[in-house]
Design a protein around this ligand. Sequence first.
Ligand SMILES: *Cc1c(COP(=O)(O)O)cnc(C)c1O
Length: 491
Amino acid sequence: MNLFLSTRNKENVVYSKEAIIQGLAKDGGLYMPTELIDIKIDLNKCLDLNYQQLATYILSNIFDDFTKEEIRECVFAAYTNSFKTDNITPVTKIGKDFLLELYHGPTSAFKDVALTILPHLLNIAYKSYGKNKKIYILTATSGDTGKATLEAFKDVKNTYVTVFYPKDKVSEIQEKQMNTTKGNNVDVVSVVGNFDDCQRLVKTIYEDNQIHEIYKNVQLSSANSINVGRLIPQVVYYFKAYSDLVNNGFIKLKDKVNFIVPTGNFGDILAGYIAKLIGCPINKLVCASNKNNVLVDFINTGIYDINRKFYTTISPSMDILISSNLERLLFVLSDFNDQKIKQYMNDLKTKGRYKIDKEMLNKLQQSFVGIYVSENECKKAMHQAFFQDKRLIDPHTAIGYHSSNKYRDNYKNIILATASPFKFPTSVLSSITDTIVEDEVSAMEKLAQISKEEIPTNLKGLDKLEILHNKTIKINEGRDYVIERIKELND
Ligand SMILES: *Cc1c(COP(=O)(O)O)cnc(C)c1O
C-alpha cells in the first residue's frame, strides 16, 4: 500500500486515511506519497471514462487503503448534482489555447472540486479508525477555500470548522459568501494581517504537541491543500482535460501538453506535477504569479526569499508569500531528503530565505516555468480575452491567460480557469469597460448584461442574505481564540 511520509521526518509514516485525518503531520511537515513513480495510470483507459469513473480510477490508485467501493461512494456523493455541468470540469477553447473550467461548483471557485469530496473521504477514514473524537477543522483562506470549506462541512455531524481570513484582503463577494454561511458548526473570523499570518496561525496550533495531549477528545484536521485529501482529488482534472483533448481530436494520444496554472499556495500546480509523475504527458507546468512573484523568482534562481513587500492585488486568492505545498515538491526533487527539507524550512522561518542546490534547481526547471504578471497586464488580459477571444475571465484566470500568451512551445497550452468572473465583478468590469462600479452587485448585473452570461445561482442575491459572522481578531489573539474553541469542543 502507498505510504505517506512527512516531509520533515521520513520515520513518520502513515497510510492515506491517517494522513487525511491528521491534515498536517505533527512534526510540522506535510504528508506526501513517495511511491508515485510506481503508479502508472493507463491513458487509453482514461479516454473512455466520465469524470466520476476517472476520479474513482485515479483516487483508488493513490488512496489505496480505501476500498474501491469506498472511493466510489465518496466520488458519487461529491460529484452528483453539485456542479453545474455533468462533466464537472469542461474544457473549452480560448484563442489558440484551451480553458479548463474549474469553477462550476457550489461556490464558483476551483476549490470546490476537492472540497466537495474531502468531507466524505474524511468521514470514511474516521469511521474505519473507529475514532470518536470531534473533528475540528482549522482553515486559513485567501478568499476561496473559506467558503468552499464552509459549504462542504456545514452541518456535518461531529465536525466543527473555523475559517480565518485576512481582513480587508479578500473581495467583497468572497467576504459576503463566507459571512452569510448558515450551519451550527461553522465559525468565520477575520484576522488583522494577511493570508500568510492566517496560515502561520493554523500551523502553529497543529505543531503544538501540548494541544494534542491535553485536549484528547478533539482531533484537529485541515481543509487547506496541506491536507492530501484536498490535494490529490485535484490530480483528476489534469487527466480529464488531457483525455478531452484527445477525444476531441486536438491532440493524439501521448502528445505532450502544457498546463498554465495561476498559483498561490502551490497546491493546484503541485497536483499537476503529481499527474505528470503518474503518467499524464505534461511538458511544462507554467507557474503563473501575480505581483507577489516570490515563486517566479524561485523557479528562475533557486532562491526563495520572502523578505519583500506584500501586495494586495486584484487577484486576492493568489496574494501569498509562503507557498506551503512547495515543501512537497522540494521533498520529491531532493529524493525525499527530509533533513534537507527541515533545514530549508528552518531557514525560511528564521531568515525568511533559503537556497536550493544546483541539482534540485535543474530538476525543477525541467518541469516548471515561472511567469509573473503585473496588475496592468492582468487588466489588459481580461480586456483582450473578452474582445479578441470573446471570453469573460476572472482576474486569476487572466494571470494564466497572459502567461500562456507569453509562453509558447510546440505543445498545446491548457489554462486553468480557477474562478467565475462573477466572483470578482468590479475588477472584471472596470477592465473590459471603462466604467467603475463600486457596488459589487450592480457590477455583477452589468457584467451579465454585456457578456450575456448568467450569474451563478450561489452568487445571486448574496446582498440580501443576513450577515451571521462578523468577528475580527488580532493575530496575537489567534491562539487563545482557538484554544477557547477547542476547550468547548473537548468538554
Ligand atoms: C486558491 C486560488 C488560486 C491559487 O491556487 P493554489 O492551489 O493556492 O496555488 C488561484 N485562483 C483562485 C481563484 C483561487 O481561489
